[in-house]
Write a new protein. Structure first.
Length: 331
């Protein structure tokens, strides 16, 4: 698997000066640099700077991903007006850190997935920071849902002791905004963990909304596992019902086909003669499925071979049939 890394930084509160852009150009001669954005990708080597230091000095948001599975998101938020003490309650584990840098708070979120991904899939994620950057304004306006999601990220990583008690879940945790959904996807936060955490988080922000007793990490993890098992059982049942329905529908189709088999064989050969291969392939599949269902596969094989002898010039059809149907070359 080829190596691929992508670094993206955004300056949101103020544009970069010419001097700052020149300083960044010294770090990378290949990067795309504008007054609001720094972007570069690497198929070998690394960025010749510490992303955390770049965020401290120049930028308000940073996204990094590598195709060996590392995803990182950093947000720089003005400390003025923020309840830093309250916010710190959500940032207590290695994957979710908060630190003070001058007049700003820097949130640093990171996740690892050793499964990695395909090179092409990662290239397509270049613009994903645009979907995540609005998290800053949400936090600055007092919406702490993304902070709680950061805490869940630390929970699922095993960075928080199981006897630890959760911080207060924000209201409307079950109704995440688009940037929050993008955060869940990018950082691969456990959907089942979110579902059980959000179960009693309320639908509105009204202060009279009921509060719930704080839960321990162990309780949340156990509830998430039960939720996952229930969800998977429900999905299995839905799939089974869908399969049964499809089987009944297919049987009805084959029942109708069985009433006019000879006419269908004639139509099939006519389609082959006219090089209408798309329709011919589907018709041949229907005839084969009928024969398999009714225990007449030998009859199908015999009639198909006979047609093949009569249509020797239509080798393209029979080659396509072999590829798409999995039928042996001699069939």
């Amino acid at each position: 698997m080829s190596e691929y890394q992508c670094y993206e930084f955004l300056a949101l509160d103020r544009p970069l000066s010419k001097k700052e852009m020149a300083e960044l150009r010294e770090i990378s001669t290949r990067a795309k640099i504008s007054p609001t954005r720094f972007w570069n990708e690497y198929q070998w080597g690394n960025l010749r700077a510490d992303p955390a230091k770049l965020v401290e000095r120049y930028f308000d948001a940073h996204l990094y991903f590598a195709n060996w599975g590392t995803h990182r998101l950093m947000l720089r938020i003005p400390a003025s007006g923020m309840d830093t003490k309250r916010l710190r309650r959500y940032f207590v584990g290695d994957p979710a850190k908060l630190r003070v840098a001058g007049s700003h708070l820097i949130l640093d979120l990171q996740t690892e997935d050793e499964g990695g991904g395909d090179f092409d899939d990662y290239e397509e994620q270049e613009a994903s920071l645009a979907a995540l950057a609005p998290l800053r304004l949400e936090l600055m306006h007092g919406d702490l849902r993304s902070a709680y999601l950061a805490w869940l990220l630390a929970v699922q990583s095993g960075s928080i002791q199981e006897q630890s008690v959760e911080p207060a879940p924000p209201h409307r945790l079950a109704q995440l905004t688009s940037p929050q959904r993008a955060m869940v996807e990018f950082l691969r936060i456990d959907e089942d963990l979110i579902s059980v955490a959000a179960a009693d988080s309320g639908q509105v922000t009204a202060p009279q909304a009921k509060s719930i007793s704080p839960r321990t990490v162990a309780e949340l993890l156990l509830a998430a596992e039960k939720h996952r098992e229930q969800r998977q059982r429900a999905a299995t049942k839905r799939a089974e019902r869908a399969t049964q329905t499809a089987h009944r529908v297919r049987n009805r189709q084959l029942d109708e086909l069985s009433k006019r088999v000879d006419a269908v064989w004639s139509k099939l050969e006519g389609l082959v003669e006219k090089s209408a291969y798309e329709e011919a392939i589907q018709l041949a599949v229907d005839l084969r499925d009928l024969a398999v269902r009714d225990g007449a596969s030998d009859v199908f094989s015999s009639r198909f071979k006979a047609m093949k002898k009569r249509q020797l010039r239509r080798r393209a059809f029979f080659e396509r049939w072999r590829r798409e149907s999995g039928i042996d070359r001699n069939a």
